[in-house]
Design a protein around this ligand. Structure first.
Ligand code: EPU
Length: 421
């Protein structure tokens, strides 16, 4: 087992370069299964979820060549849908994209019920409903999900909830379906646009991604043969932006799309932080004590649930009483228990947490309860007085590339150590 040891009270200074988006990469990699050919993907984040997905594709018969740790060529000409490593698919959430991709390409798919961060109930009824609308039969039993179809036919799909995963899965499954599919009440996150752009680059005909109605005109085949670069990670950028202000620092965040960061920029400015957005980079800096704000997490373009915990750290040391309403995931306040061990005064009940701003956080041993909680605890450690120890790093490594290295370059005193068991 490993732990991070952080000696706090260091203002972050310097530049950080943002990696490719995790949640785009873990959809684009399975989407390559639709291609009867070869494609190259650049700007992949070097994270464990990407490596896991590449292993799954290799089990299915894909040939993957790693040019660098961020660039791969995938040959998906010879795929056998029966070779899904079921136990591996249980380990992470995004394995549900195998259903859409294999159903689309091979008309048959089976995976284990996906695992991933424990954020409360994570139903996939909208995914299943979409596959059924396209003509598949879906069975969930014995911990597995099986989808089969004689053929897939374009359909109208109305999403009852705005779901990132279901929108992407419906899009992936309908690319090779016969006729036109319309997804209504679609999610609009940047990674949805990215997956659509990737598929269009490979020969698909998808229109309207990024709005709440997406239209997919089915094509006979995706030939691939192109190179695609994954969009920068908006959540990683937001994590460093919040860390800059919380640590009383001044940093430049490079390789980001500032348009994707509007809700985060607005919230940082609302609490009294400073942001100067400039094309593909931005400067974020602290100039005076931050103050209270209220946040409600919402689908894009609202404030993202995936930055709620990081913002919670900033609010816990901001003047006044702040409220966060988490409207996406039921159990996304587990980090508040850990932050309270560090002297925060947070009372989380159901969907709402109340933050009584304290003057400072104090180091303690804490546990990452999920990926974003882990990122929040790193920020807390950088801000706190003393030496913070963070455990359960596997959550963090799933979704952040070289996080301690990036923070160290900004001046944080952070080390990874082996824990004697
Ligand atoms: N929902 C349903 N039925 C469905 C699907 C979703 O009721 O069939 C509900 C969920 O319970 C939730 C809401 O709809 O309340 C939104 O869920 P969504 O489907 O959008 O989430 P997801 O696709 O499972 C992705 C990200 C999450 C991120 C959410 C919301 C991936 C692999 N995961 O999850 O990322 O929190 O969208 O933006 O893309 C993370 O990166 O830390 C993470 C958890």
């Amino acid at each position: 087992m490993e732990k991070l040891v952080i000696t706090g009270k260091t203002p972050l200074k310097g530049e950080v370069v943002i990696s490719g988006a995790k949640n785009a990469a873990v959809a684009i990699i399975p989407a390559t299964l639709l291609i009867n050919g070869i494609c190259t993907i650049e700007n992949l984040p070097n994270i464990s979820d990407v490596k896991l997905y590449c292993e799954i594709l290799e089990s299915l018969g894909a040939k993957i060549t790693w040019h660098t740790e961020h660039e791969i060529t995938i040959d998906t000409r010879d795929i056998n849908a029966n070779n899904v490593p079921i136990e591996t698919t249980r380990k992470f959430r995004a394995s549900y994209y195998l259903l859409g991709a294999l159903l689309g390409r091979c008309k048959s798919a089976q995976i284990g019920v996906p695992g991933g961060c424990n954020l409360g109930p994570r139903p996939i009824d909208q995914h299943i409903k979409s596959f059924e609308a396209l003509g598949a039969t879906v069975d969930v039993s014995n911990g597995n999900i099986t989808a089969k179809a004689k053929k897939l036919k374009g359909a109208s799909i109305y999403m009852d909830v705005v779901s990132v995963g279901a929108t992407i899965n419906a899009m992936i499954a309908s690319v090779l379906a016969e006729g036109t599919t319309v997804i209504d009440n679609a999610a609009k996150e940047p990674h949805i646009v990215d997956v659509a752009n990737f598929l269009n680059t490979m020969g698909a005909d998808i229109r309207g991604a990024g709005t709440d109605i997406i239209k997919i005109n089915g094509v006979k085949e995706l030939k691939g043969g192109a190179t695609y670069s994954v969009v920068p990670d908006q959540i990683e950028a937001g994590t460093f932006m919040i860390a800059a202000v919380a640590s009383k620092g001044d940093i430049i965040v490079k390789n980001c799309i500032t348009k994707h960061l509007e809700s985060i920029i607005a919230k940082i400015e609302e609490v009294g932080g400073n942001v100067d957005a400039n094309g593909d980079h931005l400067r974020v800096w602290y100039s005076k004590r931050t103050h209270k704000a209220n946040i409600k997490t919402l689908p894009y373009p609202g404030f993202p649930t995936d930055l709620q915990a990081q913002m919670g750290v900033l609010l816990s040391i901001s003047e006044g009483t702040s409220y966060i309403n988490e409207s996406i995931w039921e159990s996304r306040f587990q980090y508040t228990v850990e932050l309270n061990k560090m002297g925060a005064k947070i009372n989380a009940q159901g969907k709402t947490a109340v933050f009584e701003g304290v003057n400072e956080l104090v180091a303690a041993p804490v546990y990452a309860t999920d990926l974003r909680a882990g990122a929040a605890l790193i920020i807390a450690g950088i801000v706190a007085k003393g030496k913070t120890e963070i455990y359960n790093l596997n959550h963090i490594d799933r979704g952040y590339e070289n996080i301690e290295e990036k923070f160290r370059k900004l001046g944080a005193k952070i080390e990874r150590k082996i824990v004697e068991e």
